[in-house]
Every structure is written in structure tokens, then in C-alpha cells.
Design a binder for this molecule. Structure first.
Ligand code: FAD
Length: 287
């Protein structure tokens, strides 16, 4: 099933993100995570490509597990900064062979000390999008940054490049995580003014331990509202309380988004079925 058809149907849709294992011997564990999250019946599940500690080697395997074993539409991430065009084409062919038609196309982070881009590389996600589109009938997603991408000099410049991605053939966008819904609403206002009209799935990260939040802030420069900071300050040395508070905070964010007409929400599950399960339970009637 094409994810764009899911996103446009006016229902509330909650999807989940997973990351693949780092090593082959962990593959069965991640397949177990897929099964436990699939039971929750998310609208689709995405699997990252070489991010959050996983490796790109198993992205196709996990996407196959999601879609062809657990019957949940799969969204396979694909990055290009660390790959050649040939490697990208190879992965696209593997996805095609498994009938995975949804791809989240990303540049990825530029490897340190690399001459980037080499002649056989893509420079921006927009180039990857145009190429993937030429390789088959895929439903293509892209990333967007309600607080601006860290490399962009200004928000305006970042939104201009976002428009290039959409014009290149991006069917929908998924946001970087944010902890203050006002940031998402302001972003939507700005991009609609620039005629970016594709669905924008709101990415929500349930932060269930203090180390996680420190890492997130240092990597992405996310704005952390005082209300959230107070939770981390108060509960960070009590893991069970921090987890409960993190789940409650993410649930509240999601309810506020849905109440304001944002129907498509993506949960960064960090491969934690219990956390995803608790949020789904909190939303049982709302979904
Ligand atoms: P781009 O869209 O190419 O943008 C990167 C920067 O270049 C931005 O500052 C943009 O403004 C600028 N830019 C774009 N086009 C131009 C142009 N023509 N001229 C000048 N500047 C330009 N990383 C992974 O490694 N694996 C994953 O699976 C993964 N999944 C992600 C999922 C989501 C939802 C999000 C939000 C991020 C994800 N990332 C992942 C992180 C992402 O790869 C990084 O944030 C990366 O630095 C940018 O990727 P992008 O696709 O947004 O790049």
C-alpha cells in the first residue's frame, strides 16, 4: 500500500519508526520487536538506514519483515551521503524485488573527513528523490525540520530547499522530532505560504531516559520547553518515573496535535515495543 494514500484518507494515523540491528546476530531480536509493534496495528512502520546505532545492511531485511511477514505497510529509509549512486541503485532494486514501494529518501549526514560529493554521489536529497523516482513507481517521502536543519543558515533558506525536494517528487514529509507543538504549527504556516502542500507527518519522540534527551539536544539543537525540562530535572534519576513521564508527555503532544487537526503522527519508538504499546493504549479511543 502506498503511504500517501494512507495519509490522505482523513483518519487518524499513527505510525512507528524502528532501527535495524548493528550486527547480524541481533537480527532476530529486531524481528521480534517488529512483531510486537505490528500487533499494535500502526498505519505503517518505517525502518532507518544506518541511523541510531543500526546499520544499513539490514534495512531491506527489516522492511521485508514488516511488510511481507507482518502485513504492515513498510517505509524503508534510504540515505545517499555515504553511498555511491551504484549502491543506491542496488538497494532500490532490492526493495523493488520485495515489493516495497515506499521509500524515505534522505541525504544522511556527511561522513567526517570525506571529499563530498564525489562525482558518483548525490549532493542533496532532492537529487536522490529525482533519481529514485526515475527508477520505479515509488511513493517517496522526505525529511523536514520544523526548527530548521542544523546546516541551514536561515529557516527561509531551508524551506526553499524543502520546496525543491517536494518539486523533485516528494509525496509526503516527516518532521524531525519536536517537543513543543507550537513549533510544528508555526512551521506549517511558513511552508504553506511557500506552496508546500504535501502531507507533513509529525514526528514524536517519547523520551524515556535522561541520557536520551541530552544526546538529542546536542545532536539536533532541539528546543526543549521549560515544562519538559522540569520533567527531566525532576525524574532523571528515577528511570521508572522518567519513563512514565516521557510516555505521558508524548501522549499529550499527540492528543494536542490530533485535536488541532493533525491526523498523521509518527512515533520514534527507539525499538521499544512497551513504550509504543503504552502510547497506543493511551490513545485507544482517540485512534
Ligand atoms: P537535504 O534535504 O539534502 O538537506 C540537508 C541540508 O542541505 C539542509 O540544510 C538543506 O537546507 C540543505 N540543502 C538542500 N538542498 C540544497 C541545495 N540545493 N543547495 C544548498 N543547500 C541545500 N539519517 C540517517 O542516517 N538515516 C536515517 O534513516 C535517517 N532518517 C531520518 C528520518 C527523518 C524523519 C529525519 C527528519 C531525519 C533522518 N535522518 C536519518 C537524518 C538526516 O539524514 C540528516 O538530518 C541529514 O543531515 C539531512 O538529510 P536530508 O535528507 O534532510 O538532507
Amino acid at each position: 500500500m502506498r503511504i500517501i494514500d494512507v495519509l490522505k484518507d482523513e483518519q487518524v494515523h499513527i505510525s512507528c519508526e524502528l532501527f535495524p540491528p548493528k550486527q547480524g546476530h541481533q537480527l532476530e531480536n529486531v524481528k521480534q520487536v517488529v512483531q510486537e509493534i505490528a500487533i499494535l496495528k500502526p498505519s505503517y512502520m518505517s525502518v532507518t538506514y544506518g541511523a541510531t546505532g543500526g546499520t544499513s545492511d539490514y534495512t531491506v531485511d527489516i522492511a521485508n519483515e514488516i511488510q511481507n511477514k507482518n502485513e504492515i505497510p513498510a517505509l524503508a529509509h534510504l540515505t545517499c551521503a555515504s553511498s555511491t549512486r551504484e549502491k543506491v541503485h542496488e538497494v532500490v532494486e532490492q526493495l523493488k524485488a520485495k515489493k516495497i514501494e515506499n521509500i524515505l529518501t534522505l541525504r544522511g549526514d556527511i561522513p567526517e573527513n570525506a571529499d563530498f560529493p564525489l562525482p558518483n554521489q548525490y549532493k542533496h536529497a532532492s537529487e536522490l528523490i529525482a533519481d529514485v523516482k526515475s527508477l520505479g513507481d515509488f511513493c517517496i517521502g522526505g525529511a523536514c525540520y520544523p526548527e530548521g536543519h542544523p546546516e541551514a543558515a536561515t529557516m527561509q533558506e531551508d524551506i526553499e530547499h524543502l520546496k525543491e525536494k517536494v518539486d523533485a517528487g516528494c509525496d509526503f514529509l516527516t518532521t524531525q522530532m519536536f517537543f513543543d507543538n507550537g513549533i510544528y504549527y508555526n512551521f506549517m504556516y511558513k511552508i504553506l505560504k511557500k506552496n508546500i502542500n504535501v502531507p507533513v507527518v509529525a514526528g514524536i519522540m517519547p523520551v524515556t531516559n535522561a541520557t536520551q534527551i541530552r544526546r538529542i539536544i546536542s545532536l539536533s539543537g532541539n528546543n526543549v520547553p521549560p515544562r519538559f525540562k522540569a520533567i527531566v530535572d525532576r525524574f532523571s534519576d528515577n528511570p521508572a518515573a522518567m519513563k512514565q513521564a516521557g510516555i505521558a508527555y508524548a501522549t499529550e503532544q499527540i492528543i494536542d496535535l490530533i485535536a488541532n487537526g493533525v491526523n498523521n503522527i509518527h512515533i520514534y519508538t527507539m525499538n521499544k515495543p512497551d513504550v509504543a504499546g503504552a502510547i497506543f493504549k493511551n490513545l485507544s479511543e482517540i485512534r
